[in-house]
Design a protein around this ligand. Structure first.
Ligand code: SF4
Length: 553
């Protein structure tokens, strides 16, 4: 039975469209006509969650099964949380306003560690006990997937089972098993979990640890995953408000800091014909005016040029722009920039990551700086005024010379535009802090200290001040990066810290205006958990909390 949302409630919160559902492309089914109901959750706001392609893929895939109903829920914003708590209203799904606790499966997509407290807050708002050990078969099976499943241990106390790797196939097997279990009339959660643990890629933290090995799942056929029939069109603007087509999964490069490469290993490619067919079909269904070609490194797609030219031809005169968010500087990208600019002049983004060739070699960032300049020059000629550059600080072996290299590269790239039209380019410089994440070639390295990171940020900030008309640097919060590192490399001892921080009010930790480091500091102190233990380097002989996850590369 769905919850009645009063007009008063909806008008008392910001962006009520976050909670009402009913968008074009959303699916409403009668739960009494299906065998299994699933509530999919992205533990952040609607605008962020609806921008995540993985959630859209699973939603479509599950709803194509006649025996399954999949619905959505996101983190309610703080105003809605207040109303829910004060009104005693349990968190509900968007489609049928069914209380989350009435679903068979509650599935989280946890893509970043700084959303851990949101997961606990959502369980609490749903009236579901936070710890797996406190939930019996009368509660939904709480499952989680996403990038954070590459090291599930910090959240092991709260999740019944993790889907490690890509979920398109394992989620269907989970539904099959749950359906069989329900039909058998048994209400034995322990037996169900044992059965689930037999699915490849499924990790059940409550089962004995000895000799465990969990192999990451991946889909072989990307075309099948991208065969989305219904694309939800939100009523409100979301972060990535456009059609997104995943043209390649995995990455052929081997940057030593990169976790995404491991998460999406091996490389799979969507053929140009299929990309054009999907773009045409989804455009007709949605009317979107922007198509984004997603992948970890789009310029490595063997047919990218062909795809872009064919899409430009297909959508000629329709006012549709083509976006390529993750490009590496390759000569032909400069030529393609003319096509992008002819559809809509946006920005071009590149990620040199380090300021000198020496450090780029250390991190195995294979980018040709001469080629980058040549691409930038062609882009400026095509009408681009804005470049976005991504760098990291705190990388292993980094020196002051590498920081000076960042400044030098940014200044030269900005000034390059003077050759074209006499004015420097606007350059947005995003500087993040290196985090030695699990399953990367740097996983045993330590993280820079807070003081070290803050000093480097200040050096860059003050050195770039004189270019403030053209170069705009932004820096990731060093405290948030330190916490992210601890949570990413953590073990089960962190469960009580996360629980304590969430109970003390930590939520939306990825949002700078909500992040409260002192709540976390207090929680670490209270439970006697030493932060530096997780931040320092690890010897080859040290066991890794994520060592039992086999990513297959
Ligand atoms: S950083 Fe980018 S190019 Fe490098 S391995 Fe990762 S996804 Fe590939």
């Amino acid at each position: 039975m769905g919850i009645e949302l009063s007009k008063e409630l909806l008008l008392s919160v910001m962006k009520p469209a976050r909670y009402i559902g009913g968008e074009l492309g959303s699916v409403v089914k009668d739960h009494s006509s299906v065998d299994v109901s699933v509530c999919l959750c992205f533990p952040d706001t609607y605008e962020i969650g609806m921008s995540h392609l993985g959630l859209r893929i699973l939603y479509d895939l599950l709803n194509r099964r006649p025996d399954c109903a999949a619905e959505r829920v996101f983190s309610p914003w703080v105003d809605m949380e207040d109303r829910l708590r004060s009104g005693g209203i349990p968190l509900f799904s968007l489609e049928t306003k069914t209380p989350v606790k009435d679903f068979d499966i509650f599935g989280f997509s946890i893509q970043y560690e700084l959303s851990f407290t949101n997961v606990l807050n959502i369980l609490s708002l749903s009236g579901i006990p936070l710890k797996s050990s406190e939930r019996d078969a009368t509660f939904p099976l709480v499952i989680a997937g996403g990038a954070c499943s590459l090291n599930p241990e910090p959240m092991a106390d709260f999740i019944d089972l993790f889907v490690v790797g890509e979920a398109e196939e394992s989620i269907l097997e989970i539904i099959d098993k749950l359906k069989a279990h329900k039909n058998s009339g048994k209400a034995d959660k322990a037996a169900l979990l044992v059965d689930m643990s037999r699915i490849e890629g499924v990790y059940v933290p409550s089962l004995p640890e000895e000799g465990r090995k969990v192999r990451k799942r991946f889909v072989r056929d990307l075309a099948k995953s991208m065969d989305i029939q219904n694309w939800i069109v939100p009523y409100i603007e979301i972060v990535h408000d456009r059609l997104s087509i995943e043209i390649m999964r995995g990455c052929p490069n081997t940057c030593r800091f990169c976790q995404a490469r491991s998460a999406f290993y091996p490389l799979r490619i969507l053929k140009a014909d299929k990309v054009v067919e999907i773009a045409r079909r989804l455009y007709q269904k949605t009317g979107y005016d922007e198509v984004s070609l997603l992948s970890l490194s789009s310029s490595d797609h063997p047919e990218l040029e062909d795809i872009v030219r064919r899409l430009a031809e297909e959508f000629k005169d329709k006012g549709i722009s083509i976006a390529l968010p993750s490009l590496r500087a390759k000569a032909y990208v400069g030529e393609l920039s003319g096509i992008f600019a002819s559809t809509r002049k946006t920005s071009l983004t590149f990620a040199p990551e380090a300021g000198t060739q020496r450090l780029r070699d250390v991190i195995q960032k294979n980018i040709d700086i001469e080629e980058l300049f040549s691409v930038a020059r062609q882009a400026y000629r095509s009408g681009y005024r804005l470049l976005k550059l991504y760098f990291m600080i705190g990388l292993p072996s980094e020196t002051r010379e590498d920081l000076d290299g960042i400044i030098d590269l940014a200044v030269r790239l900005s000034r390059l535009k003077k050759e074209v039209d006499g004015h420097p380019a606007q350059l947005n410089l995003s500087v993040s802090n290196f985090i030695p994440k699990p399953h990367t070639l740097f996983q045993r390295h330590g993280m820079d200290t807070m003081e070290g990171l803050l000093e480097k940020q200040e050096y860059l900030r003050s050195s770039l001040k004189k270019f403030k008309g053209s170069i705009r640097p932004t820096f990731h919060d060093a405290r948030a990066s330190i916490l992210e590192c601890i949570l990413a490399r953590g073990d089960r001892r962190l469960g009580r810290v996360i629980l304590d921080a969430a109970r003390s009010g930590a939520r939306f930790d990825a949002w700078s205006n909500f992040f409260n480091f002192s709540l976390w500091q207090d929680a670490f102190k209270k439970h006697g958990v030493c932060q530096t233990e997780y931040l320092g380097p690890k010897q080859d002989s040290d066991p890794l909390p994520w060592g039992f996850i086999d990513i297959g590369c």
